[in-house]
Design a protein around this ligand. Structure first.
Ligand SMILES: [Zn+2]
Length: 699
């Protein structure tokens, strides 16, 4: 028997639901390894010696295959041939993932076992069946057919089970199909069995599914009962009446196994385990955080170009998620905060990635609480429409619409076809606005296109630095834009962060720190063309990137100017980045010295601005509630909570009269002017203000 070292496996489709849950092997991106390009495939494998096996997971999904059969043939068949040829050449096992969609029958009692002759009745099933036959020409192929998978790790893998769960916990109805039977299967169980099959050299066809038969309605009913919800929340429909259900190809995709080695536990046990995991994640926002390792991971690749050639130049003090304000003082666990630069594409990024559902289900930042920000958003969005000369019926999409300030502004200005998308479910003020509650990406594309097929303008303010799968976001934007459409994103500009040493913008929600150099290159790899950049001083220095789908778009000289500016201060030089870190450590030491000397002489200190940045700032200074009495914040959602990790109480400005202090440290330096105006009355009564940036000032 051949011993297979799984660490030397090459896995295609590593970012999909199955691939993402596989914790071994190399997972090249589709840019590093384009399986449909034979030359590139060969070149890729030239670089890697000792490959132990190929796990081939890439496929165009059922719905997309139906819409684009040529693409389905190219990916599902030609891609498989290219990968199979490599396995043959290297004489290593070829693991090919297929599905129950290769079978069809309108007799709903039908079940398909390993030796049933396939009978595909859709493009996807047909291409997979052809690929299966080709794969089986090799004697070291392990062909695994599986069922309806659930249990993704990332939001982009969230499908029927997760959507049903989300609907139920919010007491919304869930549409469930009751006349299509299948084999509901937990992705974790599938992978464990796959490992066993590989380790035991079990070549040939294997059906790997959780035991038992179910319809979507059965799955919905089990979820309802596990959540103690009424089964009346399940809206049972026939296949024809379920939106976006794809082609009616069969009444059953139930697969069973003849091989006792392949049998898994029943789907009910697996689903119960997974729902309990989702519940733990959901409740983690309001209760003490235990076993936090499950909710974050450390990347080892660049988010933009997938290179492993990365330099971590600053390990900041670990913090809890910066916006996890809590109801009572608790001991929150802290997550490392490491910032790095990619040597290949120069992108600056955070290495720790937190589960988005964990980060954002209770999101506190409401943009309209800041007057300056609200004005900026309203002005910018109207400017975009003027700049692009949009008419009132142009389709416009906002990603990360928050409480709907921009959407409302556009509607008030007569724009009729406006849509927003935002995942936070607890911002009530936007309820009457056209905003979809979801994460933006390929997963929500259909929902968006149910409203408008394409857009003239897509824009996003200060949210794209938060999204883990940025490659998927750009791909989806490309697909949603009209041919002459424009995408505009405003994000913090790392050039300014660097120049003004604002290290407190580094926290777990901000996974990207943008520069023109890295974005220009990344956009091109997604067939979008950066044609203009405009800087402003919002949030301590921001930049608007303008992208066009048109390759021949006229490029403004602002791009060249920004790129030259970045190279002039040697932003991407390791020694310079190390010096930057040292200078920040000096700022922290100075601040500590000042604060401690005030406290030691009996002065009382408060702070202003319970922003996410304050979490980073206070942790780097290792400040506690013994030193800072309270933090004033104008956001009513935050008042009377406690700061993440340090448990400093958050109060309204009234506290300054009730519980007097001598000094107040401004923690939201980008709003310093606004805060100074608000504090005017207290300053007249003797309050002194400590401003930490850009240099420490006491006024
Ligand atoms: Zn990179």
């Amino acid at each position: 028997m051949t011993i297979i070292n799984l660490d030397n496996a090459i896995i295609t489709g590593g970012s999909g639901m199955v691939g993402n849950n596989i914790l071994f092997g190399k997972k090249p991106s589709s840019i590093e390894l384009n399986i449909t390009n034979k030359t590139q495939v060969n070149e890729y494998f030239e670089k890697y010696k000792n490959v132990s096996c190929i796990i081939h997971l890439v496929a165009l999904n059922l719905r997309d295959s139906e819409n684009d059969p040529i693409k389905a043939i190219n990916i599902n068949i030609n891609g498989t041939i290219n990968m199979l040829n490599i396995a043959k050449k290297l004489n290593i096992p070829f693991i090919f993932l297929s599905s129950g969609a290769v079978f069809s029958s309108f007799n709903s009692n039908m079940k398909f076992c390993e030796n049933t002759e396939p009978s595909p009745n859709c493009i996807y099933g047909s291409t997979k069946y052809t690929a299966e036959n080709i794969a089986l020409t090799y004697d070291k192929t392990i062909l695994i057919r599986t069922g309806w998978l659930f249990g993704g790790n990332q939001k982009s893998h969230f499908k029927f089970v997760e959507q049903t769960y989300n609907n139920m916990i919010n007491d919304n109805k869930a549409i469930c199909c009751n006349d299509f039977y299948g084999s509901t299967t937990y992705v974790v169980d599938l992978i464990n069995k796959m490992k066993e099959l590989i380790s035991n050299n079990m070549y040939g066809i294997h059906h790997v599914v959780n035991d038992g038969i179910s319809t979507g309605a059965d799955v919905g009913e089990l979820i309802a009962s596990l959540l103690h919800k009424s089964s009346t929340l399940i809206d049972k429909r026939t296949f024809h009446d379920v939106p976006n259900s794809g082609p009616k190809r069969s009444s059953t995709e139930v697969i069973i196994t003849n091989n006792s080695f392949n049998r898994l536990r029943d789907w009910q046990s697996a689903l119960t385990e997974y729902i309990s995991l989702l519940q733990t994640r959901h409740s983690i926002n309001t209760v003490s955080i235990k076993n936090i390792e499950k909710y974050w991971m450390k990347r080892n690749r660049c988010r933009l170009c997938n290179s492993v050639n990365i330099n971590i130049f600053y390990n900041l003090e670990p913090t809890p998620p910066a916006n996890h304000f809590v109801n009572e003082p608790i001991n929150q666990e802290k997550i490392p905060l490491d910032i790095a630069m990619c040597y290949e594409c120069k992108h600056i990024q955070l290495m720790q990635i937190l589960e988005p559902a964990f980060l954002y289900s209770h999101y506190f930042y409401v943009s309209s609480t800041s007057i300056g920000m609200t004005k900026h958003l309203k002005d910018s969005v109207i400017n975009f429409t003027k700049l692009l000369d949009l008419n009132k019926i142009a389709n416009i999409l906002e990603i990360g619409a928050n409480d709907g300030v921009c959407i409302k502004e556009l509607l008030d200005n007569g724009f009729e076809n406006v849509l927003g998308i935002d995942p936070a479910s607890n911002i009530h003020s936007r309820h009457n606005l056209p905003i979809i509650c979801d994460f933006f990406g390929s997963n929500s594309k259909k929902l968006i296109q149910d409203k408008y097929k394409n857009f003239k303008l897509i824009y996003a303010f200060h949210c794209l630095a938060h999204i883990e799968d940025i490659q998927d976001v750009f791909k989806t934007i490309y697909e949603l834009l009209e041919n002459d459409g424009v995408f505009i994103m405003e994000v913090g500009y790392f050039y300014e962060v660097f120049r003004t040493k604002q290290f407190d913008v580094i926290y777990h929600e901000h996974i990207d720190y943008h520069t023109c150099t890295a974005m220009d290159r990344f956009a091109k790899s997604n067939s979008l063309y950066l044609f203009n950049v405009i800087e402003n001083n919002i949030q301590g220095g921001s930049i608007q990137f303008y992208f066009s789908k048109n390759k021949d778009v006229e490029i403004n000289q602002s791009i060249d100017i920004a790129i030259r500016k970045e190279s002039r201060i040697e932003l991407f030089n390791n020694n310079i980045l190390s010096k930057w870190k040292l200078s920040i450590e000096t700022i922290c030491l100075d601040m500590n010295y000042i604060i401690n000397s005030f406290v030691n002489s009996g002065r009382k200190i408060a702070a202003y601005g319970a922003s996410a940045k304050s979490t980073t700032f206070l942790h780097q200074l290792k400040i506690s509630s013994h030193i800072i009495k309270y933090i004033v914040d104008d956001n009513i959602y935050k008042q009377n909570l406690y700061s993440p990790g340090l448990n400093i109480p958050i109060k309204s400005a009234d506290e300054l009269s009730l519980n007097k202090v001598d000094y107040i440290i401004i923690l939201s330096c980008n709003f310093t002017d606004e805060i100074l105006t608000r504090l005017d009355i207290y300053r007249k009564a003797g309050l002194r203000i400590i401003i930490p940036f850009p240099e420490i000032k006491i006024i």
